[in-house]
Design a protein around this ligand. Structure first.
Ligand code: FEO
Length: 166
């Protein structure tokens, strides 16, 4: 069944959010590079690629259902942060915002009796639980570390291991 106009429009909005999210993570990666935290820079870059993957997952779905993709201009993301903690706090807020948006999209798909979209969105709902948890845990750890430079150094190295495992 071809995708309905309302769900198509909302998915295009979601694609835009995922792309802006990717853009934001890449900006955070650049920030971490600029303060010599290569592990966190790498973590952010891996996350940016994941967000691009999310945008492509929605794109493929809309196209598979005979819909149309409309890209819009991306907003330039903030590129400087007060601290590593502030950058990861931004990530937490961003993920919460994406979760709210995914939930609203699911509600719309349910209202429209669009079962295929609901199946796709189930995956995203589960993914968001994981993404929110991961970024929250990093914020919690950075709060514990505070201004301890050797702690920050070690944690940055730990974050850099993400992506090396796959
Ligand atoms: Fe695609 Fe992190 O939400």
């Amino acid at each position: 069944m071809q995708i309905g106009k309302a769900v198509q429009a909302a998915m295009n909005d979601q694609i835009h959010k995922e792309l802006e999210s990717a853009y934001q993570y890449l900006a955070m990666s650049a920030y971490f590079s600029s303060i010599n935290q290569p592990g966190s820079a790498s973590w952010m870059r891996v996350q940016g690629r994941e967000e691009l993957g999310h945008a492509m997952k929605f794109t493929d779905f809309v196209e598979d259902r005979g819909g149309t993709i409309v890209y819009r201009a991306l907003t330039a993301p903030p590129t400087t942060f007060a601290s590593p903690l502030a950058a990861f706090e931004t990530a937490v807020q961003q993920e919460a915002m994406v979760s709210t948006s995914i939930n609203a999209l699911f509600e719309l798909a349910a209202k429209e009796k669009d079962y295929a979209s609901q199946a796709l969105l189930q995956w995203f709902i589960t993914e968001q639980v994981e993404e929110e948890k991961t970024s929250r845990e990093i914020v919690d750890t950075l709060r514990l570390i505070g201004n301890n430079t050797s702690g920050l150094y070690m944690f940055d190295r730990e974050l850099g291991r993400r992506g090396q495992a796959g």
